[in-house]
Design a protein around this ligand. Structure first.
Ligand code: CP
Length: 307
């Protein structure tokens, strides 16, 4: 297990192939720990980590917290809704005060693009980006790619379709960087209004017709329609979106036999994905959540070796 090339995990775009390989190998070792009766190792004993979340989260926050407990780290959780941010304290003052309590690592979620980089630049601590606006969500992409790697053995030449609200999705950006690095072919499918300008310059293709795209795909990563980030109507109606872009059993009828389905969560059941599709045997959605703990253990362990 070699340490990472970076002090921080701010985005997949900063990682090298060897970093991802090291994260995957370490994840596999930690998965073995999580199968044991006592699912705990002393790897981060004496380290203090703060989870600083300015946005709502279920999976990422709980998964990081559990991963820290499994590694025997001490943790403090910050939620902006009941903090002195409400009294006007600045972002940087908030962080420097938390760091003054002798915190070695920060897990950071905020709605502002670039805010994780800002904290990394203005403090001496190690920062893990747990989602900054529409920019990146690197740990989600790593757990998505690890789940595909576990299923298919290798991602080289694998056809991965990313379906849904790509315009507002940090998961899409991190997945594109990560899957490309690992040699997968990537196609995007969504209404044209939800496709970011110039995105095909990243070496991905676009298909508006989901039925055609499904004939090509080995795996589909379905993204949530982020209604809270949409300040205008990107499609005429919910019914129209469902008709053309919702992943349903009917549309899946003609897809490849062993195709698998991913979704980073939270799911809008009945909108971007039909409930029975989300819960089907070929759905990796709960495998993703399970793998998230081991992937985050691996990332924090490898970054702690850097410091
Ligand atoms: N996938 C994801 O980031 O989910 P949460 O917003 O619940 O953390």
């Amino acid at each position: 297990m070699s340490a990472l090339s970076q002090k921080h995990l701010l985005g997949i775009k900063y990682l090298k192939n060897a970093d991802v390989e090291s994260i995957f190998n370490t994840t596999t070792e930690f998965k073995k720990v999580l199968q044991r009766k006592i699912k705990k190792v002393p790897s981060l004993r004496g380290e203090t980590i703060s989870n600083i979340f300015f946005e709502n989260s279920t999976r990422t926050k709980l998964s990081f917290e559990l991963a820290q407990k499994r590694l025997s780290a001490d943790i403090i959780n910050f939620s902006h809704t009941n903090s002195s941010v409400k009294k006007g304290e600045s972002l940087l003052d908030t962080v420097t005060n938390i760091l003054a309590m002798k915190v070695e690592m920060i897990v950071w979620r905020h709605w502002q693009v670039g805010s994780a980089n800002f904290i990394a630049q203005h403090t001496k601590t190690t920062v893990i980006n747990a989602g900054d606006g529409t920019n990146e969500h690197p740990t989600q992409a790593l757990l998505d790619a690890y789940s595909l790697h576990e299923k298919f053995g290798s991602l080289k030449g694998l056809n991965v379709l990313i379906l849904g609200d790509i315009l507002h999705s940090r998961v899409a950006m991190s997945n594109i960087y990560c899957l490309k690095m690992l040699g997968a072919n990537i196609k995007l499918c969504c209404p044209k209004t939800l496709l970011p300008k110039h995105i095909t310059e990243l070496g991905v293709s676009y298909e508006e017709d989901l039925n055609k795209a499904l004939l090509w795909a080995d795996a589909v990563n379905v993204l949530r329609i982020q209604l809270e980030r949409q300040n205008q109507a990107y499609f005429p109606s919910r019914e129209e979106y469902i008709q053309h872009w919702s992943l349903t059993n009917q549309k899946l009828n003609r897809s490849k036999k062993n195709m698998v389905i991913l979704h980073p969560g939270p799911i809008n059941r009945g909108l971007e994905i039909q409930s029975t599709v989300a819960d089907a045997e070929n759905s990796l959605i709960l495998n993703q959540v399970e793998n998230g703990v081991a992937v985050r253990m691996a990332i924090m362990y490898l970054l702690s070796k850097q410091a």
